[in-house]
Design a protein around this ligand. Structure first.
Ligand code: UDP
Ligand code: MG
Length: 325
């Protein structure tokens, strides 16, 4: 602890790990995080009742069996099984809402994020921060495709007015009040990394370089990344709807100019040549209209999902001593 620590009470910590078909990565993940947690407890940086909470997001392999075995063997391991696969963001929210500790650290099961940041995050919490973001300082371990799509994603999000911490995924520490703040954003369209900065409270960053997946393959193919990007934009900003008005206005203005030009040509006695230009503009405008309707439809779809207030997830099983919370 440093002299400027403003928090005096040693916190209880829950490390929340969403897992989907992580059979190959699980045992390494468990041993590494287990070691990290034991060291922190031994150094009296966190309470002995701290825990690791694995959330099984409806895996189809033996991930849940491995979690169950770990819970029986190791006292600080807890498990939560969702009724079916609901996606990383919801699995993480499910885990966070069951943590019930002073602080939580969320991390992916593939340990691409550097677990040596966890003690630093705890230290920064003791210095008075409520949110500590894990931020990647390089993406050299990612494939060219992943790097390119991720960079375009952050660029596009920023252009759309979504403020988020660049190169920060879901590796972060949250204090109890920051977590309660996050949980109060009770929306179906979940893009956690976009909501956390809206929660506020003092925050800091920890930088690290991201390594490759320890085992298994990415559960985020391009299709899911695109869905996450659309989720992020539509859940945090109405900029695309505004853009549609601008597009519509620009199209009207252009067609007005076009008709002025056509009248001018008519008066000059020149016949209008060919239909190509007419057809192109019809197709173009038709396309723009369909696109715009699609964007509006996307938002209406979101409203529809929100008003139904369906449960985000259902818990099939919760194991591990609940007084560890
Ligand atoms: N994950 C999940 N549900 C899903 C997909 C992924 O809980 O439907 C978990 C996965 O087990 C991992 C984390 O989310 O712990 C991040 O997934 P992954 O590492 O495959 O994503 P990438 O790092 O490739 O973006
Ligand atoms: Mg990963």
């Amino acid at each position: 602890m440093t002299r400027d620590d403003i928090r005096k009470e040693i916190p209880s910590l829950a490390i929340v790990v969403p897992c989907y078909n992580e059979s190959e990565a699980f045992s390494y993940c468990l041993s590494q995080l287990g070691q990290c947690l034991s060291d922190l407890i031994e150094e009296k940086k966190i309470q002995p009742n701290s825990s690791i909470l694995f959330v099984d997001d409806g895996s189809r392999d033996d991930t849940w069996d491995q979690i169950k075995a770990a819970v029986h063997e190791i006292s600080f391991v807890r498990g939560l099984k969702l009724s079916r696969n609901r996606g990383h963001q919801i699995a993480l929210m499910a885990g966070l809402s069951h943590a019930k500790t002073d602080i939580t650290v969320s991390i992916d099961a593939d340990l691409q994020d550097d677990i040596r940041c966890i003690p630093v995050m705890v230290e920064k919490y003791m210095q008075g921060n409520d949110i500590v973001y894990g931020v990647r300082n390089d993406r050299s371990s990612d494939s060219f495709f992943k790097r390119m799509t991720a960079n375009s994603f952050y660029w596009f999000m920023a252009k759309m007015g979504v403020q988020q911490v660049a190169n920060h995924a879901d590796f972060r520490l949250l204090s109890r009040r920051a977590l309660q703040g996050l949980l109060a954003y009770n929306e179906q369209n979940l893009y956690i990394r976009g909501i956390v900065p809206l929660v506020g409270y003092p925050s800091d960053k920890v930088f690290y370089s991201r390594s490759s997946r320890i085992a298994g393959e990415s559960k985020y193919p391009f299709r899911k990344m695109l869905a996450l990007a659309i989720e992020g934009i539509t859940s945090l900003t109405v900029a695309p709807l505004r853009l549609i008005s601008v597009l519509g206005f620009a199209a009207c203005f252009l067609s007005l100019l076009g008709s002025v030009y056509a009248v001018f040509r008519k008066f000059c006695g020149e016949a209008i040549e060919g239909w190509a230009s007419v057809e192109i503009s019809i197709f173009f405008l038709g396309g723009v209209q369909l696109l715009c309707l699609g964007v509006i439809g996307e938002y209406i779809g979101k409203i529809y999902m929100e008003v139904k207030r369906r449960p985000k997830f259902l818990i099939q099983e919760e194991i591990g001593n609940s007084d560890k919370s």
